[in-house]
Design a protein around this ligand. Sequence first.
Ligand SMILES: *[C@@H]1O[C@H](CO)[C@@H](O)[C@H](O)[C@H]1NC(C)=O
Ligand SMILES: *[C@@H]1O[C@H](CO)[C@@H](O)[C@H](O)[C@H]1NC(C)=O
Ligand SMILES: *[C@@H]1O[C@H](CO)[C@@H](O)[C@H](O)[C@H]1NC(C)=O
Length: 295
Amino acid sequence: MDNQSGKIQRAIICLLLLVGGATGLKDVKIKVPDMVRSGDDALLSCNYDLESASLYAIKWYRGDVEFYRYLPKEAPSHTVFPVQGIKVDISKSDNHDVTLVNVSRELTGRYKCEVSADAPSFHTAIKEAPMEVVDVPETNPTIVAERQRLPAGETLRANCTSGPSRPAPVIKWTLNGNHLNNDTMQYKVQSQRVAQYEMEMTRASLELKISSDLFQDGRLQVRCFAEISNVYRDSVELDVTEDAPLLAPITGDASPHSHHSSGCGHPVLSETHRLILVATTMVNVVNILRVSILR
Ligand SMILES: *[C@@H]1O[C@H](CO)[C@@H](O)[C@H](O)[C@H]1NC(C)=O
Ligand SMILES: *[C@@H]1O[C@H](CO)[C@@H](O)[C@H](O)[C@H]1NC(C)=O
Ligand SMILES: *[C@@H]1O[C@H](CO)[C@@H](O)[C@H](O)[C@H]1NC(C)=O
């Protein structure tokens, strides 16, 4: 066979394949949840357009291991292959879907669906997508602050720690129900993952310069959210109280530190300070009045 006729022959084969392809399989799409909670069911779907052909087989794999096969023209049409950790609900599985029940972390991996058109083309296509099974935290996040009472102008320091999970949650903060906004406040957030046996926790810190306009009726709510994609979300709130702002200049001993040691546990003391402040102001007003009357 000379070179020329070889080329022609190949062109004809390609043409035949193209024509055959027109009545074959196209638009194969796999849909697998990115993340699913362990213990839940997972619905995996495969959609395709067979045009005028009929379906010969649909096969599902985790990695390269086949666990489910559907052959519409055979009886029985479902076959489930034993694979460690995989339980298929046949009543919720068909020529598009396969339903895995009570999934566990070990089922994290890449899933494939393989679709084959019937004779004569037996056109076959494979699509794959990852799925991660999440062990969510069994405990709520916790929040601790260096001080829970502080005046405007000072820096609030708080830490938030999630419960252990796989993978670790992301920690986000809100202030009075709003996201931290770097145009209207000065803050710094940091986050790190901490290994805990086979799990991980996220430990995050917030440093926020407190300005008086952040307080609403003398209070400020800081909330910390621990989230894993759309499968887990839990939060905890911390109430911060505004401390009387003019204390330090009036009572010489009320430096931020000595105030800290007495402030949190003894609101009565701070109330006393406020009374002193009011009394001092009254005396000043009386003095000013006296001066203007004397003139
Ligand atoms: C789900 O699977 C776990 C093991 O992965 C097992 O301990 C549990 O009993 C199962 N739950 C149900 C409802 O089958
Ligand atoms: C927050 O965490 C950091 C580092 O982990 C620690 O140094 C600091 O004391 C913690 N702050 C509070 C209020 O617990
Ligand atoms: C604040 O906003 C600017 C501009 O949007 C951004 O580049 C910067 O990273 C932000 N800083 C923080 C701490 O989020």
